[in-house]
Design a protein around this ligand. Structure first.
Ligand SMILES: [Cu+2]
Length: 137
C-alpha cells in the first residue's frame, strides 16, 4: 500500500518535471528568443500592389549575414531575389529585393536565421498578390 502511494507520487513528480521542461522549450513568452514579429507582405495577406521586397521584422537582431529568405510560387518554383541584408537603420529588419516584377499568384516565403546566441530559427508564411483591377467586386 505504502509503495503504491510512493510510486504514484513519483509518476506525478515526473510528469510535473516534463511539463515544466516542455514549457521552457516552447519559448512562448520568452523574449530572449528570436522570433519573427512581422513581415511585409504580411503573412496570409493578399496584396494589391506587387511587392518589390520581402521584409522580415524580428523580435531581436539576428546574427548579421546569417538570414536566408527564399521566395517561391505555390508550386515551389524559386523566384530570383537578391542576397538578404539587414536594414541599415535597424538590425531587427532583414530584407531581400526581388530581381523581377512579381506576377499575380500565391507565394511562399521560407526564412531561416541565427539568433545572436547561436540558435537557428526558421519559418515560412504565405501571401497572395492580386492586382486591384483583377479583383471581383
Ligand atoms: Cu536562443
Amino acid at each position: 500500500m505504502r509503495t503504491r502511494v510512493l510510486k504514484g507520487l513519483g509518476l506525478s513528480m515526473l510528469l510535473a518535471v516534463v511539463a515544466v521542461a516542455a514549457r521552457a522549450d516552447s519559448g512562448v513568452g520568452d523574449d530572449r528568443h528570436l522570433a519573427l514579429k512581422e513581415s511585409s507582405p504580411t503573412a496570409d495577406s493578399t496584396v494589391a500592389v506587387a511587392p518589390k521586397q520581402i521584409r522580415l521584422l524580428f523580435t531581436l537582431a539576428p546574427k548579421a549575414g546569417t538570414t536566408s529568405i527564399r521566395l517561391m510560387t505555390a508550386d515551389s518554383t524559386l523566384i530570383a531575389t537578391q542576397k538578404p541584408a539587414e536594414a541599415p537603420d535597424d538590425g531587427t529588419v532583414v530584407l531581400t529585393t526581388l530581381d523581377n516584377p512579381l506576377t499575380p499568384g500565391s507565394y511562399l516565403v521560407v526564412w531561416r536565421t541565427l539568433a545572436d546566441d547561436g540558435h537557428a530559427v526558421s519559418g515560412e508564411f504565405k501571401f497572395g498578390f492580386q492586382p486591384a483591377t483583377a479583383r471581383v467586386p
